[in-house]
Design a protein around this ligand. Structure first.
Ligand code: ZN
Ligand code: ZN
Length: 181
């Protein structure tokens, strides 16, 4: 089961699109688990949210074995700097574990036209699939059409596809099957 928790207001129609798309990507039941407040003390000096701390401190939701929880925030996320500086952060997943967070801050403007809203929803879904993919042990993928292609990649088109490539899909299906047995 994938449980989606919002830490900002999101249009119910956007969330319905998101849960449907996550279900299609992983073949796992996906449901909304309500909203939670942004935990205190996770804000950085420049007004972003510390992604690692947020996943640690956020109010838990009821889960069962192998449930994956996806948190969605509106503020930009910050990650600890690595040797190459701080990585651009669309989201952060506790690799192979049960919690991930994504931000809507880097999505294209949602706008008010059918096309701009559609593009926004598809990009949100792509980042959600990407983050949940990491929770199912998927690594980054070279295929720019795959949701596991790095979100910061130069070769990612402006409106990227939101599906997993067949390799990543099969790998996630294998992991999910194993988890169920
Ligand atoms: Zn990634
Ligand atoms: Zn792939």
């Amino acid at each position: 089961m994938i449980r989606v928790v919002t830490l900002e207001k999101i249009d119910p129609a956007d969330l319905a699109f998101l849960t449907r798309t996550l279900y299609q990507a992983f073949g796992l039941g996906t449901e909304l688990a309500g909203d939670r407040p942004v935990p205190a003390d996770v804000e950085t000096e420049d007004g972003r949210l510390d992604a690692v701390k947020l996943l640690k401190d956020v109010a838990p939701v009821r889960t069962f074995a192998d449930d994956k929880v996806l948190y969605i925030v509106g503020a930009p996320l910050a990650l600890p700097a690595g040797p190459l500086g701080e990585p651009p952060c669309w989201g952060f997943a506790d690799y192979g574990k049960d919690r991930a967070v994504i931000t809507t801050a880097k999505l294209p403007a949602r706008g008010v036209t059918e096309t701009s809203i559609e593009n926004w929803r598809r990009r949100l879904a792509r980042e959600a699939i990407h983050a949940v993919g990491h929770l199912w042990d998927l690594h980054h993928c070279y295929d720019a059409k795959c949701a596991m292609h790095p979100s910061w990649s130069q070769s990612l088109p402006a409106n990227p596809e939101m599906d997993l490539c067949s390799f990543c899909r099969e790998k996630s299906e294998r992991k999910i099957r194993l988890a169920k047995t």
